[in-house]
Design a protein around this ligand. Structure first.
Ligand SMILES: Nc1ncnc2c1ncn2[C@@H]1O[C@H](COP(=O)(O)OP(=O)(O)OP(=O)(O)O)[C@@H](O)[C@H]1O
Ligand SMILES: [Mg+2]
Length: 325
């Protein structure tokens, strides 16, 4: 089965080459997963989605959706899209917008459009507002409607650019549940988000983009679990333990009741354990160090300009985004 998304060496420049939005970016997203693309403001996330949807052309490189080249019309038939900063016609009601989007997506039967719109408006808690004009909607309501329109034709691959932007914590939880439900029914979801804890909770795979380049990729588990840092709980005195640890590890930090060590590889960890046991010391526990996706994100983009990180914080403050909910 082809990947849901296959992108090969995509580059995209703007302003006659002055802005390099994407640089040699390659990515594969298998079907049936929730994939999160992370990155500071201006990293190139939206540009990437636009290229996949044929809204922007890559300067070089190519991509396929379910094996179909993105420049072909058919590639978009099974796709749903919630754009970032969308602008729906304000004079339409919620129901009218869904009907309009259904028709644009090739749903010819009015009855089918109505059934689907009712199901989705109820699912995103917008049923009671269905006959109200969009101009009266709050930001969160607009976003819920945006999600419903992305799903109107029951697409297999759904692109969501900052889907929970402007949605309150209860609403965000509802969106998370909806995304998991879609995944369980076999859909593939591609998500751009700044909310790292949200991504950590629902995404199976994550890629981190910085200044148009892929800086890190893997499962959430891989990105949050270090294979080089461990907590060791050992029975013994510091005089017995520390010289042994120092011999085999790259760093040792003594805490109240445990040691935190960094090793070169698994072989070094095993050598440390062997030596401790040869000394007759009892090992109570070895726990791999776990970090949040946020730590991993900062590590991945560190070394690049600090301004990127500052901009990210500024945006979070502006949007009131809170990673703690
Ligand atoms: N049409 C355009 N013309 C000129 N520059 C553009 C255009 N679209 C994007 N860019 C530039 O390309 C870079 C990547 O922008 P993009 O919108 O893809 O970033 P992003 O990762 O989605 O950021 P954000 O998190 O703020 O949404 C930025 O420097 C942006 O200014
Ligand atoms: Mg964007």
């Amino acid at each position: 089965m082809p990947s849901a998304i296959h992108a090969e060496n995509i580059s995209r420049t703007f302003s006659r080459g002055k802005i390099r939005a994407l640089q040699d970016f390659s990515l594969d997203v298998e079907t049936g997963i929730i994939f999160g693309l992370l990155g500071p403001n201006g990293a190139g996330k939206t540009t990437f989605i636009k290229i996949l949807l044929g809204l922007t052309r890559p300067s070089t490189g190519s991509a396929t959706l379910f094996g179909v080249p993105t420049e072909r019309y058919h590639a978009r038939k099974r796709i749903g899209y919630l754009p970032e900063n969308h602008r729906f016609p304000l004079f339409l009601t919620g129901s009218q917008l869904l009907d309009y989007c259904g028709r644009l997506s090739g749903m010819h039967s009015k009855a089918e459009r109505e059934t689907r719109a009712e199901l989705l408006l109820k699912r995103v808690n917008m049923w009671q507002w269905r006959n109200t004009r969009i101009k009266k909607y709050s930001k969160g309501m607009m976003q819920r409607l945006g999600l419903a329109q992305a799903l109107i034709h029951d697409p297999d691959l759904i692109f969501l650019d900052e889907p929970t932007d402007g949605i309150d914590p209860i609403g965000r939880k509802e969106v998370r549940d909806l995304l998991l439900e879609l995944k369980n029914s076999g859909k593939t979801i591609f998500l751009n988000s700044h909310l790292l804890s949200e991504v950590e909770t629902i995404c199976d795979q994550v890629a981190i983009l910085n200044k148009g380049k892929l800086v890190s990729q893997g499962s959430v588990h891989e990105l949050t679990t270090s294979d080089r840092r461990f907590q060791l709980y050992i029975e013994g005195t510091p005089q017995q333990i520390e010289p042994v640890l120092k011999e085999h590890t790259q760093s040792v930090i003594a805490h109240n009741d445990h040691y935190e060590i960094t090793v070169r590889d698994n072989k070094a960890l095993n050598a440390a354990i062997d030596s401790l046991r040869q000394q007759g010391l009892l090992i109570e526990a070895i726990i791999p160090h776990k970090q949040s996706l946020e730590d991993s994100f900062f590590q991945a983009v560190r070394g690049h300009s600090e301004t990127d990180l500052n901009t990210l914080f500024e945006t979070k403050a502006k949007t009131g985004a809170n990673d703690a909910d």
